[in-house]
Design a protein around this ligand. Structure first.
Ligand SMILES: Cc1cc2nc3c(=O)[nH]c(=O)nc-3n(C[C@H](O)[C@H](O)[C@H](O)COP(=O)(O)O)c2cc1C
Length: 185
């Protein structure tokens, strides 16, 4: 069976960002799983000149990746009890490419909540995009203590924590992919 293409989306473009390290860890763990083909989608590498999903507001590379994806794993930091604008702008640039595909979440914060409110805000939004939310969230609280200044993981237990949400995402991806394919027959 072909591998599932499940990109990991990083959530912010801030120069001093730390959630990128968590996103990289999630992608690295995904890449070790037999059924998964993944890449890390960094909003910094894409260009969304305006809001919305008009043709001139899209980045063709993001369009192609989302069209090909069987599901998504979003790693978002918490900004003012929600998720960052750069992630929203990137997500908003597409719509049909998300339809009936699953999405898993990791939240990141410098405090002890681990981005839980960012995930809750995202769940409301992705539902309107036609994405299907999984329920096994991953949290990176006190992110500045989990990685060193170069982004190396200091607490190896977090590598294990990544596995359960990946398995849930894989399961949902198979179910929804099979349903989408049988609809297209
Ligand atoms: C603009 C801004 C707003 C923030 N708001 C919150 C918040 O509401 N709740 C929280 O737990 N942490 C908040 N934080 C702390 C971030 O979660 C923490 O700095 C985290 O590292 C952000 O991810 P980043 O480093 O990838 O940008 C905020 C940080 C920024 C920059």
């Amino acid at each position: 069976m072909a591998k599932l293409f499940l990109p990991v989306l990083a959530g912010t473009t801030r120069v001093q960002r730390k959630s990128y390290w968590a996103a990289k860890l999630v992608a690295d763990v995904g890449a070790t799983l037999e059924e998964v083909d993944t890449i890390l989608i960094d909003p910094k590498d894409f260009y969304f000149p305006g809001d919305g999903n008009d043709p001139e507001g899209k980045d063709v590379r993001y369009s192609e990746l989302t069209a090909r994806a069987d599901g998504f794993f979003i790693v978002t930091p918490e900004y003012n009890h929600s998720f960052p604008g750069s992630l929203k702008r990137m997500l908003d640039s597409e719509l049909e490419n998300y339809n009936h595909k699953p999405v898993a979440f990791a939240g990141v914060s410098s405090g002890s909540w681990g981005g839980v409110r960012a995930i809750e805000a995202l769940v409301q939004s992705v539902r309107e995009m036609g994405l299907v939310a999984t329920y096994t969230d991953l949290h990176f609280p006190n992110v500045q203590e989990l990685f060193d200044g170069q982004g190396s993981l200091l607490d190896e237990s977090y590598r294990r924590h990544c596995i359960k949400p990946w398995h849930e995402l894989i399961w949902m991806s198979k179910v929804l992919k099979s349903a989408r394919e049988s609809d297209n027959k």
